[in-house]
Design a binder for this molecule. Structure first.
Ligand code: UD1
Ligand code: UDP
Length: 367
């Protein structure tokens, strides 16, 4: 018989990194009495390799809803999400709503729930780049300030929230949910024997690159600098680039196909393959938030092609080097100089039990 006292959470997700974060928490919800989780997929990411592959490989329950909203301007995408999510929350009447990260799906979920007076919990709260030109920075600030419970990953994130006047009793520092994912799914990837040799690569003799951020790929000068820089690196060692659809589309639109001729271009990878490639790489070059940290989790030096980062502790400890992608030679030299390096022995992301802490906290608050 269904337990009438079970509390209902609706988790709003839509983009690749959110599937990975939700996978870590959903598996704990599934083992927890008293809470029923329904997944609401906004549809922001929809290609099989940007969405389904994560549900299949990471054992995420099928979404109860997929409202199929993607593309368009930020206002249009977020606006359509608001309408669709509101309808579902009104009919499902969840006890609380859970959102992750800083995408348009995050903001839409948090905004609708808060206006309906449904408590909202935000995982990965408090991160700031202090660059409002990034769509993610707007999403984070607004989501944090309309959420009720803020699960912060790091000391830096907690300080940011307190500095913005957020009351301490709304903040719980639980560690980084992506550390949980890296530990749990990293073990599974290893057990499955994911091999870099299937990509024709040898351990510590290649560079792994991921590029997708709007400020890099929608700017032809920055995109050209990155691709020419990576071409130069590929003269010394193979560069594998699992390509995000935004980047693929921009390269085609700018007629830059010749600049990727020397790179090993792959379709977006499943997380279990991605982890194997991160572990085996000599250096990771990225503008991804998640991949910067995964480089550290797997002891691989990283170059982040951005002007700033939310994960400043890795730069301070020498694991990550920030480089504004303007000059291809600078990119080439910085990447090559990172081979064989490491950083200080630090542990800023907790103990890999963020998911358990989040679910325990939600149980305490809602059951
Ligand atoms: C979004 C997030 C970004 C996050 C990234 C993770 C926002 C504002 N941005 O950026 O914070 O780091 O996801 O990967 O929410 N596309 C496809 N197939 C897909 C998905 C996207 O072809 O499955 C193409 C479409 O042309 C789409 C474009 O990529 O218009 C950009 O997708 P969008 O979700 O708007 O932004 P991302 O760059 O993916
Ligand atoms: N990732 C993946 N396959 C890829 C590229 C990335 O599984 O081809 C994973 C990566 O390991 C990390 C997450 O996607 O866990 C990061 O997502 P993304 O870089 O798209 O977004 P961000 O973290 O910058 O928001």
């Amino acid at each position: 018989m269904a337990n009438q006292n079970r509390k209902k959470v609706i988790t709003v997700i839509g983009a690749r990194p959110q599937f990975i974060k939700a996978a870590a928490v959903s598996r704990i919800f599934a083992q927890t009495e008293g809470i029923e989780e329904l997944l609401l997929h906004t549809g922001q990411h929809y290609d099989r390799k940007m969405s389904d592959v994560f549900f299949n490989d990471l054992g995420i329950p099928a979404p109860a809803y997929n409202v199929g909203i993607s593309g368009g301007g930020h206002g249009s995408m977020t606006g359509r999400m608001l309408i669709a999510i509101e309808e579902i929350l009104l009919s499902e009447k969840p006890d609380f709503v859970l959102v992750y990260g800083d995408t348009n799906s995050t903001l839409a979920g948090a905004l609708v729930a808060s206006k309906l007076h449904i408590p909202v919990a935000h995982v990965e709260a408090g991160l700031r780049s202090f660059n409002k030109a990034m769509p993610e920075e707007i999403n984070r600030i607004l989501t944090d300030h309309c959420s009720d419970i803020l699960y912060s990953p790091t000391d830096v994130a907690t300080r940011n929230l307190l500095g913005e006047g957020v009351r301490g009793d709304r903040i719980e520092q639980v560690g980084d949910i992506m550390f949980d994912a890296a530990l749990h799914f990293g073990r599974i990837s290893e057990q499955l024997g994911n091999r870099i040799s299937q990509y024709g690569l040898e351990k510590k003799k290649y560079v792994l690159a991921t590029i997708h951020r709007q400020e890099n790929v929608d700017n032809p000068d920055r995109l050209r600098a990155i691709l020419v820089g990576l071409q130069k690196v590929s003269g010394e060692m193979p560069v594998i680039l699992p390509i995000h659809p935004r980047t693929r589309d921009r390269i085609a639109a700018y007629g830059m196909e010749d600049l990727i001729a020397g790179l090993k271009i792959q379709e977006p990878l499943g997380y279990l393959e991605m982890v194997a490639l991160e572990r085996g790489a000599a250096v990771i070059v990225t503008d991804s938030g998640g991949v910067q940290k995964e480089a550290f989790f797997h002891n691989t030096p990283c170059v982040t092609l951005r002007d700033e980062t939310e994960w400043i502790e890795l730069v301070e400890a020498g694991w990550n080097v920030l480089l504004s992608p303007v000059d291809p030679t600078d990119i080439y030299q910085t990447v090559m100089s990172r081979i064989g390096t490491s950083g200080e022995d630090i542990a800023p992301y907790g103990s890999g039990d963020a998911a358990r802490k989040i679910v325990n906290s939600l149980q305490k608050r809602f059951i």
